[in-house]
Design a protein around this ligand. Structure first.
Ligand SMILES: Nc1ncnc2c1ncn2[C@@H]1O[C@H](COP(=O)(O)OP(=O)(O)OP(=O)(O)O)[C@@H](O)[C@H]1O
Length: 445
């Protein structure tokens, strides 16, 4: 038999439900384990090898309130913060589902569950988990609050964030992929008056167009073929808090029109309902696309951009952050060494030079990857250039560049070497501040 696509722990005190779920899951290639009580579930989780938990919130000693299941959820999220937990609730217990989502559940299903949705939800949770464990989670501790940023551009960014976090206005965060847009969005929420309220994320690039409206606004039972029950949307889940709309540049024009209307009047309508509901949500959007270019191409609404970018925060690419590269690398080194229990503590000079010279198209996420791998390869406690396995970067082939390309290259390199400090970068190129600015703005447009 092929390897299972993942092992799901089914926590439910009713043996027939455990068996029914296990049958469906095994037929789809999952391996399953069963736990009849919260205590048994905790033991099996501690033993390891579980990729996701399917948790019935209503154990029989407590058939209505879901408290026992909620307690287990809370303790699981403390001990295994990355484990995806999908909760099963009784039909119509939307309040309980919302509480579970706020307590860290990844998704919920209502009983009686639909097999297709059960499988889709678990598959996508496992895919997300894998994507994260190979990339983003490498820098997880930083995601819990600490932003490393000492270069001029990052300091300016952080002081802007400190100024605007308390104002209840929309924020648009721009920057290449892996520059920390999600981290900054969380940081803004943590500094805002909504800090104790939910922070809900929706990646507009990863939800199929046919589901997006229901994801955002929820739907009523029967609104479309697969809508077997009421479902609450992200705007309502985020109520009182912050909704982080990632990859906003991927929103279709239809979705953009709906978002614009919510931002204008604060009212949403669930799919299949006519009644409107008031929501109090601060929207933070992020994109790595050039929205002005999308506007020119007719793919993004200018009026929506104006609604979203009351404050715009631009994150510089990692290659422009000067010494921050080494600070971030050192931070990743400490964390990776601790995680893998490896006694690696230093970078050799050739490694530091290679880190500073690399182009970092994947930015901080790529850096975290590279350091993680190097920590595993290093001998004698030191990471050398060879352990970083960075693609060799050709020296800038000036002979083959046009004058414009050469200018762009030199301006970017000067900015990178000066850590985003315009004054210092201008000095390096022997230009006045205003002449340098003119060139900088030309290459940015
Ligand atoms: N300045 C920083 N200090 C510490 N960690 C950082 C910093 N910037 C990014 N990271 C870490 O790098 C990883 C990538 O950041 P994040 O997911 O926020 O990037 P992103 O711009 O939202 O990426 P994408 O566009 O792909 O969604 C995260 O683990 C984040 O914690």
């Amino acid at each position: 038999m092929a390897d299972p696509i993942g092992t799901i722990l089914i926590a439910d005190d009713q043996a027939d439900i455990r068996e029914a779920l296990a049958l469906v899951l095994r037929a789809e290639g999952f391996a399953t384990k069963g736990a009849a009580s919260p205590a048994e579930a905790a033991l099996l989780l501690d033993a390891g090898g579980i990729d996701a938990l399917l948790l019935d919130l209503n154990f029989s000693s407590d058939t209505t309130s879901g408290e026992e299941g909620m307690r287990l959820l809370a303790s699981v999220k403390t001990v295994h913060p990355d484990l995806p937990v999908v909760v099963l609730t009784g039909w119509g217990s939307v309040d309980l589902a919302v509480r579970a989502l706020r307590a860290g559940a990844a998704d919920f299903l209502e009983k009686p569950w639909e097999n297709v949705r059960l499988i889709t939800v678990l598959r996508s949770q496992l895919a997300l988990l894998r994507a994260r464990s190979t990339a983003a989670s490498l820098t997880r501790p930083a995601a819990q609050g600490e932003i490393i940023g000492t270069c001029a551009a990052m300091r300016a960014m952080l002081s802007l964030v400190a100024k605007i976090a308390q104002a209840d206005v929309p924020v648009l965060i721009t920057g290449e992929s892996g520059t920390g847009k999600g981290l900054v969005a969380r940081h803004i929420a943590a500094l805002s008056r909504r800090r104790d309220k939910p922070f809900v994320t929706l990646d507009l690039g990863s939800v199929p167009e046919s589901l997006i409206e229901s994801e955002l606004f929820g739907h009523a039972r029967g609104a479309f073929t697969d809508a077997k029950s009421d479902r609450i949307g992200r705007f309502e889940i985020a109520s009182g808090g912050v909704l982080f709309l990632d990859e906003i540049g991927n929103a279709s024009l239809a979705t953009q029109a709906r978002l614009l209307s919510v931002l204008e009047d604060g009212m949403i309508t669930r799919v299949g309902e006519t009644a409107t509901r008031r929501v109090d949500v601060r929207v933070i959007a992020a994109t790595n696309a050039d929205l002005n270019r999308l506007i020119e191409a007719g793919r993004f609404r200018r009026d929506l951009l104006f609604r979203l970018n009351t404050v715009e925060i631009a994150l510089p690419p990692l290659r422009m952050r000067g010494d921050d590269i080494v600070l971030l690398a050192a931070d990743c080194l400490t964390r990776s060494a601790a995680r893998h229990n490896r006694d690696v503590t230093a970078f050799a000079p050739d490694a530091l030079a290679a880190l500073a010279a690399h182009h970092w198209p994947g930015n901080v996420r790529e850096l975290a990857h590279v350091i993680e791998r190097a920590v595993l390869l290093a001998d004698d406690g030191t990471i050398t250039r060879a352990h970083l396995s960075l693609d060799p970067q050709p020296e800038a082939p000036f002979e083959r560049m046009t004058l414009d390309q050469a200018e762009r290259y030199l301006v970017q390199r000067a900015m990178a070497e000066a850590g985003g400090d315009v004054e210092a970068a201008a000095r390096r190129l022997g230009l006045s501040r205003s002449a340098f600015y003119r060139r900088l703005s030309q290459i940015r447009t």
